[in-house]
Design a binder for this molecule. Structure first.
Ligand SMILES: Cc1cc2nc3c(=O)[nH]c(=O)nc-3n(C[C@H](O)[C@H](O)[C@H](O)COP(=O)(O)O)c2cc1C
Length: 191
């Protein structure tokens, strides 16, 4: 079983991105174990805080370092990606030379209630992810239109084509993590 650090770029209790991530988590049972990162409690990035780093920062770095892969589920904000994601990416990229993201296999997904599916926002994020050291999965891209009724509150997918696509994504991401992961055995579950 591979451990995946999951970052959801929305704090909304009704977030369609969290719902999509939880749906993938359900489909991936037995293959991937998801650990949701608490990025909302991080302070704004402040280099001077490293002398006594906040618990939220050390927990973030520890969880990421113990993970075999990273999943980012993001809404699109003004044709880009949310600031909370950038903030978390920057925190765990430091101290200099100690990026927790280095060499982590990663994938990016996004959902909107409408049809744009976060394509523009994901493009922005994709352009900086290699800077952090991620090994980013290119395909399949996920620009998800979370139309009403497509996924129930119990995370059942009501459309066969969508279910096949998301199951295929899980298989591809599992294989990506298997192929590029560098962490052998981790202790997240034991903590
Ligand atoms: C500040 C802000 C900017 C937004 N900009 C976009 C945008 O550029 N494109 C888009 O499709 N939706 C945009 N939206 C709408 C969000 O994509 C939509 O609220 C979506 O449901 C957010 O995902 P969530 O349910 O996971 O929070 C924006 C929303 C906010 C709050």
């Amino acid at each position: 079983m591979k451990n995946i650090a999951v970052m959801v770029g929305s704090q909304s209790p009704t977030s369609v991105n969290r719902k999509l991530a939880r749906t993938l988590e359900k489909l991936a049972q037995g293959k991937l174990r998801f650990h949701y990162l608490d990025i909302a409690s991080l302070p704004h990035y402040d280099n001077d805080l490293w002398s006594n780093p906040p618990q939220s920062v050390t927990t973030l770095k520890h969880t990421v370092e113990a993970a075999d892969g990273v999943l980012i589920a993001m809404p699109e904000y003004n044709r880009s990606f949310p600031g909370v994601i950038k903030n978390a990416l920057d925190w765990a990229s430091r101290p200099f030379g100690q990026s927790s993201w280095m060499d982590k296999p990663a994938a990016l997904i996004g959902a909107t209630p409408g049809t744009t599916g976060t394509a523009a926002g994901q493009g922005h994020l994709r352009s900086v992810l290699p800077v952090y050291g991620f090994v980013v999965m290119g395909q399949p891209e996920v620009y998800f239109n979370m139309r009403p009724g497509l996924i129930t509150d119990e995370l059942e997918i009501t459309d066969e084509t969508t279910a096949a696509f998301l199951n295929g994504w899980v298989d591809r991401f599992s294989a990506w993590v298997e192929r590029h992961g560098t962490v052998a055995e981790t202790a997240i579950a034991a903590e």
